[in-house]
Ligand binder design. Structure first.
Ligand SMILES: [Zn+2]
Length: 379
């Protein structure tokens, strides 16, 4: 019952490559970029990209990516592994009470990507989190780490909250309902409720715009002399939310960071343990278990891991891409977890999967979906 169905079918790397479903964009080094090196070892990345064909490409507001069908409707839980309680220093900014933070949501418009139907010609400086099913309005928004609320205001539309964390890192939560749960000056802990997503009433579908960055105001961005003062003026903490594609620099050069990478790289306190949980709606019904993450040695396919929603695995290690992403599509998202399976084996699995639910003008994917979320429940 609780036994994980791992079929140790040895897959050749060539066979995996043959299953690639997402077209490789012509100038896309990002497609094979490894998280920590420039080595073009592409095995997991190629396999990783294969499951991204499922989502529909329609921009309908409430359209959710179509998950792979699963026959396991129930969520078996395992008692194996250490408790993840209080070991996570960072977690995702949105969630449903009683479920892992982030579960039930996906990044419809990723960091430093273009979204052709919404704001063509601009890189996004954050992540737009949407509910996988139904309206995102009213979804609960949480502090991603301990810190101090240093800004709460604006009409973005909706309120903006900015939290300053240790090490001059800032998290920014946009399009919130005016009834906030925090005030400027207040200290917050990781997972504290900040507010809920605004029901906007304009043409844009309801969502959370979430940023991580190294500034509250920066001269050329939203400070004394904004270079591109769209949607924000002088000394405007929320910032523009976008950066022109024809600008000489990418968002990362101005201080914006890839939120998913930043959260996951900082997630586990040194020496601490944690666990991850299979998404309620994983990207595919099964994924490959690898001997190593991309760019590290020569990853071998160890077998297939069937994804049972709610299944929990001890988390042994994390690999996330750079916080200052230098590539401009969802293909730059790299998030891998090393897990222990219930039969005592271990291997690397892909947690974040680039998706063509939304795309940039060159067709590269701009959305990101998840197979796993860290085991830290929303409250
Ligand atoms: Zn946004």
């Amino acid at each position: 019952m609780r036994r994980i169905a791992i079929l140790f079918v040895v897959l050749t790397l060539a066979a995996c490559a043959a299953t690639t479903a997402v077209p490789t964009p012509s100038p896309a080094p990002a497609a094979t970029a490894a998280p920590t090196t420039a080595s073009p070892i592409a095995a997991p990345a190629v396999a990783a990209i294969a499951p991204t064909s499922a989502p529909a490409a329609t921009p309908r507001p409430t359209a959710a990516p179509e998950p792979a069908p699963t026959t396991e409707a129930t969520a078996p839980s395992t008692a194996s592994g250490p408790s993840a309680a209080s070991t996570f220093a960072f977690s995702y900014p949105i969630g449903i009470p009683g479920r892992p933070l982030g579960d039930g949501f996906f990044i419809r418009h990723g960091f430093a990507t273009e979204n052709t139907w919404y704001n063509p010609g601009y890189w996004h400086t954050g992540e737009d989190w949407y509910a996988q099913a139904g309206d995102t309005a009213g979804a609960r928004v949480y502090a991603v780490a301990a810190g101090q609320v240093i800004y709460a205001g604006a009409n973005y539309p909706g309120r903006v909250v900015i939290v300053r964390h240790a090490g001059d890192l800032y998290s920014m939560y946009g399009h919130l309902d005016p009834r906030l749960d925090v005030k400027a000056g207040q200290q917050v802990a990781r997972g504290d409720l900040i507010g809920t997503v605004l029901r906007r009433g304009d043409k844009t579908p309801n969502h959370l715009h979430f940023e991580m960055r190294t500034f509250m105001t920066a001269g050329a961005v939203n400070g004394a002399r904004p270079r591109y003062p769209f949607r924000c003026s002088v000394n405007c903490p929320p910032g523009p939310g976008y950066w022109p594609i024809d600008a000489p620099d990418l968002p990362g050069a101005l201080g914006w960071r890839n939120p998913t990478h930043a959260i996951n790289r900082r997630m586990l306190a040194p020496g601490s343990a944690g666990a991850i949980v299979v998404a309620t709606r994983p990207v595919s019904a099964s994924i490959t278990l690898w001997s190593a993450p991309p760019g590290e040695g020569a990853p071998q396919a160890l077998g297939e891991l069937k994804l049972r929603p709610g299944q929990r695995y001890p988390l042994l290690d994390v690999r996330a891409g750079p916080e200052q992403t230098r590539t401009t599509s969802a293909l730059s998202y790299q998030l891998w977890y090393r897990i222990q399976t219930t039969d005592g084996a271990s291997g690397w699995v892909q947690a974040a999967v680039p998706s063509a639910f939304e795309t940039g003008g060159d067709g590269r994917p701009s959305s990101v979906e998840f197979n796993f979320y860290p085991d830290r429940e929303a409250s």
